[in-house]
Design a protein around this ligand. Sequence first.
Ligand code: HEM
Length: 414
Amino acid sequence: MSTSETLAFNPFLPEVHEDPYPLYHQLRAADPVHRSPLGFWVLTRHADVLAVLRDARMSRDPRRSERMELLRSSTEVDELLSSEEAAPSMLFVDPPDHTRLRALVTKAFTPGAVERLRPRIEAIVAELLDRVAEAGEMDVVEDLAYPLPVTVICELFGVPERDRDRFRAWSRELVRLLDPLVPADSLERALRARQALRDYLRELIAERRAHPAGDLLTALIAAEDQGRQLSEPELVSMCVLLLVAGHETTVNLIANGMLALLRHPEARAGLQAGVNLPGSAVEELLRYDSPVQFTSRHALADLEIGGRRVRAGETVIAVLGAANRDPAQFPDPDRLDLTRAPNRHVAFGGGIHFCLGAPLARVEARIAIGALLARLPGLELCPRPPVRRDTVTLRGLASLPVTFPAPISPAGTA
Ligand code: HEM
């Protein structure tokens, strides 16, 4: 049996989940356009991944996939799916709907718009670090990486603070839908969470319609009211997408990034102390341990990738995390080099679905990691090890305990 036949792409195996990069290297070397026994294709080369993301013959719409039928495996799931009055979000549609939906929110997330949020982001980070600075220990996820992006996106949308815990629970369940395989019970829970989140947003929209405010939700409601730019189900899906993206991605950049820095003191030592982490360092942290490991596309026509024939309707998994460690694109790809240039990573995807929130994620990570290192320079990993989250498409940590020297109390006050 050849190596390519014995290799399997199973991101759920515990050792692969912990560290998927050795498997990615093996696949890329032996079988870069891999046909999984489950019927989908797996791409691990940077050039193939980028080409697929930019190819108009590859759809982002799951309704174009033969595999959609696999999901409808239980009666409950079938009922849940058919009872939903939902429209897909921009992430799951092709042009022209994609172009129309994306245009409605582009302005709110441009680098200029995000720069205006900088003082508020700095204030939130300072406040979060004030809370733990005396303690001598913290959980980077709970105390900083999670609350920062959640507060920012909820404030942008005007989600009341009292509802944020419920939101967190729904969002956690829902993102399981992004994984390549979802066990039936998780699928059911995820679909119920999605429904609860949509019901909640419908209420919030009704309330905001009655009492407009200066937030993004009010602007989107106006787009729905004023023209036929956005239907009500599309408005709800847009809110779900942006709020969930705000809850589930940047947290992983900050946590994975901090873990990489803590495990590479020599790389960290080269960083200049300052409130902002250098831009090149954030790009390298995005490349080195990417928060979104895969995305998928569905072939609209028969086509060829790396000499293999992909048929219309087949699904291709583009492994962003593997493309980001491809030695053909990145010299010494397993080395964390915070000054790496050029750094053409695909952590934010590519082509028309390139991450809308990239400027926001970059600014939040630069400020959060920069301030953490500047304020708590003696930061170290705790003997209690970090805990990984169990999702595979979204790669992140459930907790990252760290210690640091607490400030010395002035003499006589201890
Ligand atoms: C480090 C943080 C983040 C990472 C690594 C990330 C990654 C990605 C990736 C890989 C895609 C493309 C998916 C595909 O092509 O199939 C994407 C799309 C998207 N992201 Fe992000 N994201 C991050 C943060 C955010 C934030 C903070 C927001 C907004 C609040 C956001 C909103 C979106 C949206 C709306 C899309 C869909 C764009 C489209 O379909 O045109 N992301 N993101």
